[in-house]
Ligand binder design. Structure first.
Ligand code: PHE
Length: 336
């Protein structure tokens, strides 16, 4: 049988344990052991009904006061501990918004993109438009429609990448493949350029790579002559390369007649100076107009295809074409 003294003792123990609990979890243990279903206090409260009248009054009152006091102390302590824990977490997790952010490396345009944009600007100023064409092309647009018959050496698999399992499909070897696509889609007069990647099974050396870039030009109008072509090329060459020495010599392409080639002076790694072919060009062959469905009696035109990578090399003194594709930041950052 519990006495009022027992109740005073267990109350004191409960209050002491409550004050000593230093975390919400520890406090919960205190709560269960002092006020839970199996606690001494719960037992006393359950036994009150069986006590005699006088005892019931004294013990019942004392036990209920004890319960109220202990629960009040537990609640106060819980509020304190929760607040302390929140403060600690906020301090621990605090973000200092004044700290500098993680550095994010700034990118820059690749040298080739810079050169391409510059050349595009020169042609846009001359009234040209920019057209696009697929890199995975058909033999038709890359060769046949460009007056390059079956059996022509350029079509051999030692020069051209053929797509496995897709007859007649290749990686374009020249941006000239865009010429007939443009002519089929439009009616003259037209002045169009088309830059992009091309692919050849070339031996790799300082001026050759299996993937490189060209910029095609096509002008179709009435009365165009070789003078318009060379005048355009000279203008573009001087805009791009300033006073670099260049020369124009006869050449051959199946889709132009006559055909020419423009070369510029180039100093290689060893300091040796030589001529490097920068572009091929010529007057559009009437057969190409026929493939495109144009009246070859009425329309005249010229076309050119320049090597973008080589222009970048000559302009910036890059000794090896492959540096443009290696992705070496020590090289690339020099042009950012
Ligand atoms: N496509 C030719 C080449 O890759 C260049 C060229 C373009 C020549 C247009 C004439 C006219 O060599």
């Amino acid at each position: 049988m519990a006495t009022a003294e027992d109740i005073a003792k267990l109350t004191a123990a409960a209050l002491a344990d409550t004050a000593a609990a230093d975390s919400p979890a520890a406090l919960e243990e205190v709560r269960v052991s002092h006020t839970g279903r199996r606690s001494q206090l719960a037992e006393i409260l359950a036994s009150i009904g069986s006590l005699s009248g006088e005892e019931r009054g004294i013990i019942g009152k004392a036990a209920n006061i004890a319960r109220r006091d202990i629960e009040a102390a537990l609640a106060t302590r819980k509020t304190d501990l929760d607040a302390r824990e929140l403060t600690e977490r906020l301090t621990r997790d605090r973000t200092d918004v004044t700290l500098p952010g993680d550095p994010y490396p700034a990118g820059a345009m690749h040298l080739l993109s810079q050169v391409r944009l510059e050349i595009e600007e020169i042609f846009l100023a001359l009234g040209y438009e920019i057209a696009d064409g697929p890199e995975v092309e058909t033999e038709h647009y890359n060769f046949t429609a460009l007056n390059t018959p079956e059996g022509h050496p350029a079509r051999s698999s030692s020069d051209t990448f053929y797509v496995d399992g897709a007859p007649g499909v290749i990686l374009r070897t020249q941006t000239s493949s865009v010429q007939v696509r443009v002519m089929e889609a439009r009616t003259p007069p037209l002045y169009v350029i088309s830059p992009g990647a091309v692919y050849r099974r070339d031996d790799v050396d300082a001026t050759h790579s299996p993937m490189f870039h060209q910029l095609e030009g096509l002008a179709v109008d009435e009365g165009l002559s070789l003078a318009h072509l060379t005048g355009t090329l000279k203008h573009v060459a001087s805009q791009l390369l300033g006073s670099t020495e260049y020369r124009i010599i006869p050449d051959f392409f199946p889709f132009t007649e006559p055909s020419i080639q423009l070369l510029v002076r180039w100093i290689d790694r060893t300091g040796k100076s030589s001529w490097m072919e920068l572009l091929g060009a010529g007057m559009v062959d009437p057969n190409v107009f026929r493939f495109a469905g144009y009246d070859a009696e009425r329309w005249t035109g010229f076309a050119f295809g320049m090597g973008l990578d080589r222009i970048a090399m000559v302009r910036h003194g890059v000794p090896d074409l492959r540096m443009l594709f290696d992705g070496d930041l020590r090289f690339l950052e020099q042009f950012s």
